[in-house]
Design a protein around this ligand. Structure first.
Ligand SMILES: O=C(O)CCC(=O)C(=O)O
Ligand SMILES: [Fe+2]
Length: 461
């Protein structure tokens, strides 16, 4: 794997074959901003007084971003949804339509929504990865050529936040016997060494029955909001070419269902874990992969999580439908704005087989990075990433270069769907802050979601 540098002293030149890992945001008792880990090194960077600094190494300053000439923050109604093509339903999971109000009870179980899901409490989890990783910027022009893509190391991806949140359960690492059952001795040893305590994205309220379906209160509120939305028109914004933000797009009851599904899946085998480094530093988020596992250590996608051999849970079918609807409505928005007659040239169609679910605590962060560990074909076609935000709002940065000073900023609120594909597929993006106590009250009441933010990014490998 090429781990050359190709980085200028004052920033990230983004040229040459190179990859370096990026760790994230460490809690050193000061405002955490960024951290980076080089491949094969243990240098974590954090920012202090506005400078991105290596831990005991060199100072970093990012190179200037080239400005974007795309129109921003244009509001326009999004037309209604008509299914275009079916997404694969290989999960067997069902997300039932809401039952009639009369039968709506708070004691209904989530399994009614996802009959084939079963909570696997206490399932043995994973060992920490050495952190989500990040490659040096790959200029867009380079990504256009498959031949050049082949020369890049796509195994490095993101810059994740490192910080331990005391309120969250920590992984307990248990060494297992290095010998396998066949008795080959020390020369053969299992990779599945660590047990992770399950992480519940929802706080349990003592004595309160967990409400597993949206309550009447939420449904009524939802109805009012839907009427309001249909009167106002939905709020879709073209942030730049290939980048669409659908504001408050997910209904409250869909948000509730997503939280509950993620809770259920995240608590079982292959569920949430806190990626970390072997030196003990932890990333400041919990992560779970659906469909395929993304290994932050290598940047590879696979069918198993290598540390604990857990099979990633499948993507619930209802998630596909929501992604499909969001792309469809984004196309309608682009069409309506007469941005293109062939909207799929601007924002290609995508059928996800990967979903990376992040849970950010209040101090969670995610450094500027590109998503580029998907297949060469997917990247070459610039198939979009579709991102759902639920819970507390996030300050989201995006731009053409890894430079926080030059990046555009947008707030992602609960229910927002952000799509970036086409010319924006390779944008740098990240989360600089989670805004506390900004999640919709009804969502919190209904789900008891921990303070923080749930983010789901769908991709097609
Ligand atoms: O949390 C977000 O909004 C972005 C997540 C992201 O960029 C990623 O998971 O790669
Ligand atoms: Fe990303």
């Amino acid at each position: 794997m090429n781990r050359g540098r190709g980085r200028s002293t004052n920033g990230y030149s983004g040229r040459g074959g190179r990859s370096w890992r990026r760790g994230g945001y460490f809690d050193h008792g000061r405002s955490p901003v960024g951290a980076e880990r080089h491949s094969g090194e243990d240098s974590c960077y954090y920012q202090e007084d506005g400078m991105s600094q290596s831990r005991g190494r060199h100072l970093q300053k990012t190179s200037p971003a080239s400005g974007s000439s795309y129109s921003k923050h244009d509001n326009a109604p999004v037309f209604g949804y008509k299914p275009k093509k079916p997404f694969p339903d290989d999960t067997g999971l069902k997300w039932q339509n809401d039952p009639p109000e009369a039968s709506d009870t708070s004691s209904a179980v989530l399994k009614d929504d996802f009959p084939s899901l079963s909570c696997q409490l206490g399932s043995e989890g994973s060992q920490p990865y050495e952190g989500r990783t990040q490659v040096e910027p790959l200029p867009v022009e380079e990504t256009e050529s498959c031949a050049s893509l082949l020369h890049h190391d796509f195994s490095r991806r993101v810059n994740f936040s490192c910080l331990q949140d005391e309120s969250e359960p920590s992984e307990s690492y248990r060494k297992m016997s290095p010998q396998n059952s066949a008795g080959f001795g020390d020369s053969v040893h299992t990779e599945c060494q660590v047990v992770v305590e399950p992480f519940d994205i929802c706080l349990s309220k003592a004595g309160t029955p967990v409400m597993l379906k949206p309550s009447l209160l939420v449904k009524n509120r939802e109805k009012r909001n839907e009427i309001k939305r249909s009167m106002e028109g939905q709020n879709g914004i073209v942030l730049r070419s290939g980048m669409v933000l659908l504001k408050k797009y997910l209904s409250l009851s869909d948000q509730v269902k997503i939280v509950k599904a993620c809770r259920e899946l995240g608590f079982g085998s292959g569920g949430f874990y806190q990626p970390g480094y072997r030196d003990g530093a932890k990333l400041q988020l919990k992560m779970m992969c659906l469909g395929k596992n993304w290994d932050p250590e290598t940047g590879n996608y696979g069918d198993l999580r290598p540390n604990d051999c857990a099979v990633p849970p499948r993507i619930p079918h209802e998630f596909y439908l929501l992604v499909e609807k969001a792309i469809k409505d984004s196309h309608a928005l682009l069409q309506q704005k007469a941005i293109a007659s062939h909207v799929e040239n601007i924002l290609p169609w995508m059928s996800p087989n990967i979903c990376i679910v992040n849970f950010y605590s209040a101090s969670g962060r995610l450094g500027l990075h590109q998503d580029r560990d998907e297949s060469l074909e997917s990247l070459h076609k610039r198939l979009p990433v579709v991102s759902f935000s639920i819970g507390d709002s996030a300050e989201f940065l995006y731009g053409d270069q890894r430079d926080v000073d030059k990046a555009e900023k947008v707030e992602l609120e609960s229910g927002d769907v952000l799509i970036f594909g086409g010319n924006s597929r390779h944008i740098f993006h990240g989360v600089t802050a989670i805004k506390q106590n900004t999640a919709p009250r009804a969502l919190m009441d209904e789900t008891n979601l921990r303070p923080g933010r749930l983010n789901l990014t769908f991709r097609e490998y």
